[in-house]
Ligand binder design. Structure first.
Ligand code: PLP
Length: 347
């Protein structure tokens, strides 16, 4: 790759996009500069802007809520299911009906929570029944499959990925939209490159959301190792579950449940504390032992920057009581045991 002459928009981009389309069972992928730009361009390509209402899964990194608000649209929080921490489609349906009377909802953003892949069948049924487009934020889902064995990113009008270093596949910074509608794909490609349509023609307003050749080459190399990386992540998470099973049986903690033949992408492993008042002492105790940990992720209804007065009790509880434990390639069994010993001691 380094002997080539093109630094952006060259063969590595095409190769990376081909691989992304293949693993998400789509006809096309548009690789971009970040997962957030993927969400932004997905909204942009659907003409979602000022005053439009977008339902967003409440629990999950608030990139979607932020970018919806940044486009002048209105984020509406939808709660998550107790078991899998992914969007609760029943709640999304009733919200769609009540909000629709006030002027219509343009889209629903689902989130593959910490690597749990949202059901493709449920996404498709929701789009069919409501006429609302689903944008599937699969930033954490790459490499996983849903309860029917369908890959992350395979459903919804568009799905997005992030290649930030905390993701399963990383390019340093990067993202992508996958989509099978050629007209939308064309729009995304133009918006990515200042609205240019080739031959010196500007077809629309756009931006620079391009990704360079070097990160694309890194992404291709990462995807070639995806199966092995996934196997290692799975082994680590199984190690956590085995070592923490007694604590779970005692009722002190729980974790995300799987469904059907689902393969969790294990972007993160998080425990949910039954007693949320124990979270801060647990986090600071682990940090004192030099164990990297953090809150699992956020509910955008709780972070204080969105005017989201929605009632999302499950997301709010997860926001307050879930803890993410260290999970990285190369983590040793002795390190796993040390983390679990510390968690048991501190709880
Ligand atoms: C669920 C989710 N969506 C979107 C993003 C944004 O991705 P990026 O950091 O590549 O912009 C993240 C990143 O943390 C994420 O976890």
């Amino acid at each position: 790759m380094l002997s080539g002459t093109q630094l952006t928009g060259g063969p590595e981009l095409l190769r990376f996009e081909g691989l992304l389309a293949e693993i998400s069972a789509r006809s096309h992928a548009v690789a971009l500069s970040s997962g957030t730009s993927a969400l932004e361009l997905a909204l942009w390509a659907l003409d979602i802007g000022t005053g439009d209402k977008v339902m967003i899964t409440a629990f999950g990194f608030p990139a979607a809520a932020n970018i919806v608000a940044a486009r002048g649209a209105i984020p509406i929080a939808v709660d998550v299911e107790e078991a899998r921490w992914c969007v609760d489609f029943d709640k999304a349906r009733s919200l769609a009906e009540s909000e629709n009377t006030g002027g219509g909802i343009k889209a629903l953003v689902t989130i593959d929570q910490l690597g749990a892949v949202t059901s493709a069948g449920d996404i498709e049924a929701f789009e069919r029944e409501t006429g609302i487009s689903v944008l599937s934020d699969a930033a954490c889902g790459l490499g996983g499959t849903d309860k029917d064995g369908r890959p992350a990113g395979s459903a919804g009008t568009m799905a997005t990925f992030s290649f930030h270093p905390r993701k399963v596949v990383t390019t340093g910074e990067g993202g992508a939209v996958v989509c099978s509608d050629l007209e939308i794909v064309e729009r995304l490609r133009q918006i990515r490159n200042h609205g240019q349509a080739g031959g010196g023609r500007f077809a629309r307003i756009g931006t620079n959301a391009r990704i360079a050749e070097v990160p694309c080459a890194i992404g291709c190399a990462q995807i070639a190792r995806l199966e092995a990386m996934q196997a290692e992540r799975r082994m680590l998470v199984e190690g956590y579950k085995e070592r923490l099973s007694e604590l779970r049986a005692s009722g002190a903690i729980s974790w995300q449940q799987s469904c059907g033949v689902e393969v969790h992408a294990n972007q993160s492993f998080a425990i949910l504390l039954t007693d949320s008042s124990k979270r801060e002492p647990l986090l600071s105790g682990l940090r004192d032992m030099n164990i990297g940990c953090g809150v699992a992720t956020y509910s955008f209804t709780e972070i204080g920057i969105h005017n989201a007065n929605a009632d999302c009790p499950v997301a709010s509880r997860l926001h307050r009581a879930a803890v993410s434990l260290p999970l990285y390639l190369g983590m040793r069994s002795s390190e796993l045991s040390r983390v679990c010993e510390a968690v048991r001691e501190l709880l």
